[in-house]
Design a protein around this ligand. Sequence first.
Ligand SMILES: Nc1ncnc2c1ncn2[C@@H]1O[C@H](COP(=O)(O)OP(=O)(O)O)[C@@H](O)[C@H]1O
Ligand SMILES: [Mg+2]
Length: 281
Amino acid sequence: MADVQRGAPRQMTPQEKQRLDAMKKSWQRQKAISAQLKQIKVRLGVYSGKGGVGKTTVTVNLAANLASRGYKVGLLDADIDCPNVPKLLGVPERPAYINGRILPSVCFGFQVVSMAFFQEHEDEAIIWRGPMIHNAINQFLEVTDWGELDFLLIDLPPGTSDAPLTVMQLISPDGFVVVATPQELAKLDAKRSINMIKKMNIRVMGVVENFSGDMFGAGAGEELSEELGIPFLGRFQLRQDYRDTSKPAVLASNAIRQEYDYAVANLLPLVEDLLKGKEQD
Ligand SMILES: Nc1ncnc2c1ncn2[C@@H]1O[C@H](COP(=O)(O)OP(=O)(O)O)[C@@H](O)[C@H]1O
Ligand SMILES: [Mg+2]
């Protein structure tokens, strides 16, 4: 039988080599990210259809409440256009950035990383385009050393545009807490956002109503919960105590702490349930 003549392996063209290197880098990055995320038991996004409804406030106070119960909690401020988490925590120290790794700031018993820490000026507007959001979030996920966490809470960009979608895809939260306000009109935004989450096959843990009280009324959160068949976790009244932004309001006001205790008591069994589902996967 005639020998099949084997030629010497063909040299890769520079373009092919570049492509291969890029693929290797992206694969290594994905591996690093999934190693980081494996150390986190539950990733919970906090989300709303609109800005200004109290999403950041709710995220910060949920984090403080969970931390006060002894859970290990991290908060990732992924609202890239308005990274306001540090503003609601007094002025926490910036995270340490050592050898290309981010060690989150620690305040009020939980860890925090925010895009705002990496802005030169806090009033600087960053115009994020799709690939930039992708890179920035990926980098945060890859190089932040959270250590082991029970909860990673994520403050997401509002709305149904590219920004929240990109963040959701990259972080793939296990579930969402949706923040709604009492007004009828805002219900429509909330419905839209809940439907988007459902479309992405991510679980809606429940809805909370913020700004309830004489001024704006109350009840839209429960109506939403009934109409869409999702749990109602609780309501947070409109209160002056929120003006003090030196610490999370749950640590400054007993009334607010009780409201959050109630919502978190409703949330925890749902998280247990979610964890059971994750184990079975
Ligand atoms: N229950 C509340 N009562 C009074 N003020 C609140 C309440 N929740 C939030 N706020 C205030 O409303 C403003 C917007 O809240 P924020 O959490 O930044 O909204 P978002 O993140 O949805 O844009 C902030 O000044 C915050 O202190
Ligand atoms: Mg916000």
